[in-house]
Design a protein. Sequence first.
Length: 256
Amino acid sequence: MEFIDTHTHISDEAFAGEEEAVIARALAAGVTRMIQPDVDSSERQKMFDLVQSRPDCLEAMLGLYPGSVHENWRDEIDAMLQYKDRKFCAVGEIGLDYHYGAEDAQYQKEALRAQFDLALEWDKPVNIHLREATEDFFSILNDYKGKGLRGNLHAFSGSYETFCRIQKFGDWYVGLGGVITFKNSGVGKAVADIPLDRILLETDAPYLTPVPHRGKRNESSMIPVIAAFIADRKNIPLQEVAEVTSANAKVLFNLS
């Protein structure tokens, strides 16, 4: 059974010195591909070095995380562009986050537009981080409607109505992770209605550890726990969840 973790930070400090062990546990659990999101210039080289060391199972994204967007965001984009000739499968992790960064909202919106433009220029999907900024995100996305922008809402925690809303903008998926297993999770209830052919699996490790492992560090090896929850809510075989979500990831991220 093959799984793909479409969003995991194995180069994070939480895994320092344990990267190979973390990868080995994931592979043993059937997670054959792990996609590493980009954050900013302070972590980018480390992430690309890790991906380059394990091309058999790791993939990279290239992007500027909204939490790293400040007044100097253009300098960060320039630093990012130095990597544009590297192998990467998406522009991400990009987006809007007003929970901690509301004071930089205008800069975040400008940086998001700039990276949407790059994604179209490079013909890459986008990987979106969205927190407490839904209306501003859809306002920007509306300006790109019909231009071929495609991607996924990472760590999706919205309603079925929000899922339906993003579908109006073309080829869009939602990344489902540990949040769906949390008690009283709205998206956990929406899983039954979201079509399997629009779902990607992810962990966002080391964060958002699924039940029953909450309190522990999350890892890509926990992807089968998330997949099993989806299978149970949809009353379908785990094998089907593995096959369809992996196919979805291969199509969106152009994985061979």
